[in-house]
Design a protein around this ligand. Structure first.
Ligand SMILES: [Zn+2]
Ligand SMILES: [Zn+2]
Length: 79
């Protein structure tokens, strides 16, 4: 998917996530926060460690606070 966020916003969001998936969707396999391990240089990869940066609220500005770091399993589950 095309990157909506700047590299610096994605980096800030990734550091905030502690390298773990921030998905909170309760219709996924995890309960509560997913916390799957993401690896920074594996963005966009469809293997364990891969992840994407997703916009949380469509009506909010594209900045780090509106960017959620999502592991690839969760990203695929939402498609
Ligand atoms: Zn996840
Ligand atoms: Zn999830």
């Amino acid at each position: 998917m095309p990157d909506l966020f700047s590299n610096s916003d994605i980096r800030a969001a990734f550091y905030r996530s502690d390298g773990e998936c921030e998905c909170m969707k309760n219709n996924h396999k995890h309960s509560g926060r997913c916390n799957s391990l993401n690896i920074y240089n594996m963005k966009g990869m469809e293997i364990p460690g891969g992840w994407e940066a997703c916009q949380i609220a469509a009506e909010k500005p594209l900045e780090a606070s509106n960017c959620r770091i999502i592991c690839f399993d969760c990203y695929k589950a939402d498609k």
